[in-house]
Design a protein around this ligand. Structure first.
Ligand code: NAD
Ligand code: UDP
Ligand code: UDP
Length: 343
């Protein structure tokens, strides 16, 4: 292991002060589970860029090697194909635990596997954190609030979740993951951090993952109608991925366990989102209404005052600024896909 500067003897699991690499702290070794996915790969970029060593664990269910291809020749980067449902032995300082499909289409595909990933996967990563004294960050979700009866949602709200519905593998899975994290924190003194992430978008989302922003953007580029589910009056709050990554790092390095809402409070109906996508890509795009999915939350908007005051974090990128950054990535990838198909 390399010393960044002469800070003397060190051991894994002692994250020490929060001095950036290069001005006094040693280089950390950091695991990112799910690092080949959308959010994980952007987080890896930031950790590598600031000078730390990164190990990605991913089973490539929804992740892609392409998201990390620019790091593959970097000796400070390691990619391990591994399923977090199985135990693993590593020596690291910090664990960012992201492994879990996030799109409803993906997490409903094999719901039992989604529960195993959330429960057994999180248990294994907490067991690892306990053994080596690493700090552990869980990426939980706004879905723990279910179809919320409180609006906007504060971290103190316990949620309105259907325990036996089609989304339960994900929202109840994440709720159990939070419980596990808190029990390891209280019972085994693991340093845990819990982020409740609200809908996030940006480059590298799967083109066809079924989430609303990726669907609308891909549809507008492909000159297909934008599919609005239900009456389109349900709301979501959309956060650009760089804001989320900054929030995750601030949380990991701060002194507070959480949970913290990480999201952009700007709230849009799906019809409003469709209009923003039209303005950005193709004003002549049409809208097609489809039946909504079961248990779809009617509204969602984070109260981020806790993260603002304790982490000194707030999102910076508005939807109309972030969307064009995602659109150019999608345009390139859709072009490559079409060329591959011989169009
Ligand atoms: P994603 O599907 O792009 O990434 C998930 C990654 O985890 C993929 O690379 C996938 O291959 C990997 N993975 C899944 N199951 C695994 C397993 N059993 N073992 C090892 N790797 C596994 O999703 P994302 O949007 O990047 O989400 C990352 C995390 O953030 C997830 O935990 C998700 O629940 C959480 N989150 C995301 C959002 C969002 O809007 N993107 C919102 C709330 C929470
Ligand atoms: N675990 C792991 N890597 C480690 C340490 C533990 O994958 O370095 C797994 C371990 O296999 C177990 C889980 O984490 O399934 C919980 O471990 P813990 O030690 O907390 O509980 P126990 O093994 O006593 O059930
Ligand atoms: N949605 C939509 N059209 C689509 C995909 C999704 O209108 O093509 C709606 C969906 O019904 C939900 C919202 O968009 O109300 C957000 O869905 P998404 O799957 O992106 O995330 P969720 O917040 O439900 O996890």
């Amino acid at each position: 292991r390399d010393e960044v500067s002469g800070s003397g003897i060190y051991g894994f699991g002692k994250t020490g002060g929060r001095i950036p690499v290069g001005i006094g702290r040693r280089r950390w070794r950091i695991v990112v589970t799910g690092g080949a996915g959308f959010v994980g790969s952007h987080l890896v970029d930031k950790l590598i860029e600031r000078g730390d060593d990164v190990i990605v664990i991913d089973n490539f269910f929804t992740g892609r090697k392409e998201n990390l291809v620019h790091h593959l020749r970097n000796p400070r980067f390691e990619l391990i194909r591994h399923d977090v449902v199985e135990p693993i032995l590593l020596e690291v300082d910090q664990i960012y635990h992201l492994a879990c499909p996030a799109s409803p289409v993906h997490y409903k595909y094999n719901p039992v596997k989604t529960i195993k990933t959330n429960v057994m996967g999180t248990l294994n990563m907490l067991g690892l954190a306990k053994r080596i004294g690493a700090r552990f960050l869980l990426t939980s979700t706004s879905e723990v609030y279910g179809d919320p009866l409180e609006h906007p949602q504060k971290e103190t709200y316990w949620g309105n979740v259907n325990p036996i519905g089609e989304r339960s593998c994900y929202d109840e899975g994440k709720r159990t993951a939070e419980t596990l994290a808190m029990d390891y924190h209280r019972g085994a003194e693991v340093e845990v951090r819990i982020a409740r992430i609200f809908n996030t978008y940006g480059p590298r989302m799967c083109l066809d993952d079924g989430r609303v922003v990726s669907n609308f953007v891909a549809q507008a580029i492909r000159k297909q109608p934008l599919t609005v589910y239900g009456d389109g009056k349900q709301t979501r709050s959309f956060q650009y991925v760089s804001d989320l990554v900054n929030g995750l790092v601030a949380l990991m390095e701060g002194e507070h366990v959480g949970p913290f809402n990480l999201g952009n409070p700007g709230e849009f109906t799906m019809l409003e989102l469709a209009e923003v996508v039209k303005e950005t890509i193709d004003p002549s795009a049409t809208i097609e209404f489809r039946a909504n999915t079961a248990d779809d939350p009617h509204k969602r908007k984070p109260d981020i005052s806790k993260a603002k005051s304790l982490l000194n974090w707030e999102p910076k990128v508005a939807l109309r600024e972030g969307l064009p950054l995602m659109v150019s990535d999608f345009q390139k990838r859709i072009l490559i896909e079409d060329e591959g198909k011989g169009f």
